[in-house]
Design a protein around this ligand. Sequence first.
Ligand code: SIN
Ligand code: FE2
Length: 208
Amino acid sequence: MNADLFGAPAVPGLVRLPGFALAEEAALIEAARGLATVSPFRVMLTPRGGKMSAAMTSCGAAGWVSDRRGYRYTPRDPLTGQPWPAMPALFSNLAARAAEAAGFTGFAPDVCLVNQYGPGAKMALHQDRDEADFTAPIVSVSLGLPAVFLWGGMQRTGPIAKIPLASGDVVAWGGAERLYFHGIAPLKPGHHPHLGPLRLNLTFRRAF
Ligand code: SIN
Ligand code: FE2
């Protein structure tokens, strides 16, 4: 499967849609800010007690939570005791259109994780494996400062492709690659017109 646009070099198993969300950049950022007024960004603990470097929140039917008990989806935000904010139609529509463009038809995400990266923040190599349904793809939207996406394979060790992601870029993976290891290299400082020193990432999943 390969829907690369604008001559971006192919990376096996990762579908790249450069600039797919660029026209909606400002509205997506505004909507993410709105979510964060209900369920604020927070830095979570890893099961081993370390601090993650990206701050996170979620919207949709559940939110992703990490703490000393492990990783899981919860129907309520543990910080507020309230349900996570509903997924904006802007988000779900974009995710469905991007999935379709990436070759994954009928994607209806029920959860969106929102990651916020400041200078130096990163995401270590990991698999997205807390979802009940691995037949659905992951659709990931980048906003704000650029980042380097790390794309591996089914093993934590092995060759890692480094893929630059700019604001408005979308990547998607699924099928045989659904459980591929991936991450984000430490964010380089910079200034984005809408987000200043930050990068936001929206990842859409079918968790249930
Ligand atoms: C993730 O893998 O959950 C986040 C990836 C990203 O920030 O682009
Ligand atoms: Fe991930």
